[in-house]
Design a protein around this ligand. Structure first.
Ligand SMILES: [Zn+2]
Length: 249
């Protein structure tokens, strides 16, 4: 497991754990065994019977799920994978729920409000960001959980970097049409024959514009396309996925 973001010391005292697991675990949705194996990454002093894994279906939407303190995991039959919410992010105030996000190029983004005690995990692909999933995440934090964004720490996990994410002209035009300023997240290389997209910088810009403090955003700075310890859909056309998780206790 990789968990070496240079982080503020208070996370150690905040009764929250998080991690980015590489290809040691294939977390694609139909792999039930991986869900049990994930608990191995939780320190032994936890009572693992009390830990629930929660995931959303991840449909490249902008939808966020909010789980209140009284949420009962027994209400959903998790392991059949059928009842998962059609969404791409989840936030909760309930300790003992391990929020998971599956990726293989897209950006896993973990949130933690250390004052209101809210954790969150969001799957940020280009489509979700284009359709303002960050704004929906902010609305969930502020309207539903009454978070002050200054108190929220964000961890960005393994994802494709700007040197590896080649895109087409139409893709570029789509983002430019939405906001002309988006052009700065694209770069032409090799005598202008290739176009590359900086998804993570766009994400960080959206986080900043939405009100999160720059100094509260931590980036693992790991490109899953370059590092073979991670799955990459673009590199290998694989359906395997790595998991990033966060849990309050
Ligand atoms: Zn890269």
């Amino acid at each position: 497991m990789i968990c070496n973001i240079e982080e503020p010391g208070f996370l150690n005292e905040s009764r929250v754990i998080y991690g980015f697991v590489g290809n040691a675990l294939d977390f694609r949705l139909e792999n039930k065994v991986a869900r049990k194996e994930l608990l191995k990454y939780i320190p032994a002093y936890f009572n693992k019977k009390d830990i629930y894994i929660y995931e959303v279906k991840q449909v490249h939407s902008n939808q966020i799920v909010a789980l209140n303190k009284d949420f009962n995991m027994n209400d959903i039959n998790y392991y059949d994978g059928l009842n998962l919410a059609e969404a791409d992010g989840v936030f909760t105030q309930k300790p003992g729920i391990m929020l998971c996000v599956r990726t293989a190029d897209c950006v896993p983004v973990l949130f933690y409000d250390r004052i209101k005690r809210v954790s969150g995990a969001v799957h940020c692909g280009w489509r979700g960001i284009y359709e303002d999933i960050i704004i929906n995440a902010v609305n969930t934090l502020t309207n539903h959980f009454h978070s002050n964004l200054d108190d929220v720490v964000i961890m960005i996990g393994p994802s494709i970097c700007k040197n590896c994410y080649e895109v087409e002209e139409g893709f570029f035009n789509r983002f430019r049409a939405k906001n002309a300023l988006n052009q700065r997240f694209f770069e032409r290389k090799i005598n202008h024959t290739k176009l590359y997209f900086d998804l993570k910088s766009l994400l960080k810009n959206e986080l900043n514009l939405s009100g999160f403090k720059k100094e509260n955003v931590y980036d693992l700075n790991k490109c899953n396309f370059e590092d073979k310890n991670f799955y990459s859909y673009r590199r290998d056309k694989t359906d395997k996925r790595q998991v990033s998780f966060i849990m309050m206790y």
